[in-house]
Design a protein around this ligand. Structure first.
Ligand code: SF4
Ligand code: F3S
Length: 355
């Protein structure tokens, strides 16, 4: 047995190998991952705060099972405060939070948005969430916002709830919360592997992984969903699902049904969800763009086409080009590739970040 509770060395190394692959590292990095995790057995402490949220990211995190990820990480990172998971409640839990903040040097994880209108709309233990986050950010060694709400505001930002909501980055920009380097891990909910990979990277290098202009680790968010989608061949051939009841169309491209994959950056098609079981498009749901700052309102209605042509070219034309190309003996996907070569970035709102 190593220093991790209930986990033998073999399982531990298997976990390290899995974590290295999450980060796109080669097998040679496994001993380094193992060393970082073992050295971290007593530290760093992690404080996990929940604001205006549904606890979906917490559930996503504890649902990870391969192999006992939650167990390992809970031990490894020394979770000092988590309202949903901790056994303590009331004054005891508040004391646990105060003690951890006073010690400083922890990794702060924020789930859920911060009230944008009136701080009183979200209080924990009688204290404004805004104040608790500010205090916790000030003494944190690293700050990670997880899920759509904590990163860019998510559903609370766009729904008519009185408190509304803003992401941590926006709160920092507005001076509501002290400014600190911030790692954003969007999607609704957070993907457990992206969270674990980011924490392990931090333990290994004591710094954030390379981030894009929206604060997202490029290792997880650099490609468009559309680039790796299993239905991309149908897009390239101009085969668009228009009738859910038409069996022949069941695997065709869902762009006309509202898919936001051409505007959304994340590795869902490769990483998959639920321990590699499936993902949105794999079970015939459109990509709703939940990794982008525009989610939720900017991606709605979810099942209607965005109304935006891809780089100025209508999808109907892509279909027509493809049909013409077949007629003159060219493979349709070459036409599609020529058209979609104008993609790359963009979408409902090209400039992202805080709302
Ligand atoms: Fe896949 Fe959506 Fe792109 Fe169609 S539009 S290929 S369903 S990501
Ligand atoms: Fe979100 Fe689209 Fe992935 S909806 S979970 S970014 S497939």
């Amino acid at each position: 047995m190593n220093s991790f509770r209930n986990i033998n060395r073999r399982d531990f190394l298997k976990f390290c190998a899995g974590t290295a692959s999450i980060l796109g590292l080669s097998e040679a990095a496994v001993p380094r991952v193992a060393k970082a995790l073992e050295a971290a057995a007593k530290k760093p402490p992690v404080i996990w705060l929940e604001g205006q949220d549904c606890a979906g990211c917490s559930i996503s995190f504890i649902n990870s099972t391969n192999p006992g990820t939650a167990e390992i990480v809970l031990d490894t990172i020394s979770l000092r405060y988590h309202e949903t998971l901790m056994a303590a409640s009331g004054r005891l839990s508040e004391k646990a939070l105060d003690d951890a903040i006073n010690e400083g040097g922890y990794v702060l994880v924020v789930e859920g948005s911060i009230p944008a209108v009136d701080p009183r709309f979200c209080q924990i233990g009688g204290t404004d969430f805004q104040k608790t986050v500010s205090k916790a950010v000030a003494r944190a060694a690293a700050v990670i916002a997880i899920g759509a709400c904590a990163t860019y505001g998510g559903i609370p930002h766009d729904c008519p709830a009185p408190g509304q909501g803003m992401g941590l980055g926006e709160a920092m920009k507005k001076g509501v919360v002290p400014r600190k380097p911030l790692i954003n891990l969007p999607t609704c909910p957070v993907h457990p592997e992206r969270f674990i990979g980011t924490v392990v990277y931090y333990l290994m290098y004591r710094k954030a992984p390379a981030l894009d202009r929206l604060g997202r680790p490029v290792v997880f968010y650099d490609k468009l969903i559309h680039d790796n989608c299993e239905r991309r061949g149908h897009f390239d051939n101009g085969e668009f699902l228009t009738d859910w009841n038409n069996f022949e169309q069941r695997n065709w491209c869902m762009y006309l049904k509202g898919c936001k994959g051409p505007f959304t950056h994340a590795d869902c098609p490769k990483r998959l969800w639920s321990d590699g079981l499936n993902w949105c498009i794999g079970c015939s749901a459109v990509c709703q763009g939940c990794s982008e700052p525009d989610f939720y309102a900017g991606m709605s209605p979810l099942y209607e086409r965005s109304g935006i042509d891809i780089r100025g070219i209508s999808v109907e034309k892509i279909g027509a080009y493809a049909a013409g190309a077949v007629a003159i003996g060219l493979a349709g996907h070459f036409v599609g590739q020529a058209v979609t070569g104008r993609l790359g970035k963009g979408g409902p709102k090209d400039e992202g970040g805080d709302k």
